[in-house]
Design a protein around this ligand. Sequence first.
Ligand SMILES: [Zn+2]
Length: 90
Amino acid sequence: MIETLGEAYDAGWRIHARCAQGKLKGMKSIPECLERDELDLKTLMWTRGEMFPLERLESRLKCPCCWSRRVAVWFERTANVRRARMVARP
Ligand SMILES: [Zn+2]
């Protein structure tokens, strides 16, 4: 089971996020925000720490385009990649 940023990095996963705001803001209809990006796993480890749980990632993200906090995250599991790190985890 891969549950933390560090484990996902070791397994060679890639992380993508997209804005999930949709077309409704309160009762008003707004143009749909289509912002999406690949997130840099290593930068996330710099800022959140390698033990940060993947399931909490969505709640910490905010769309840089419309400022919505409704963000969907998904993982790209690249097969058979094992990254070797310089220092073993304690
Ligand atoms: Zn957005």
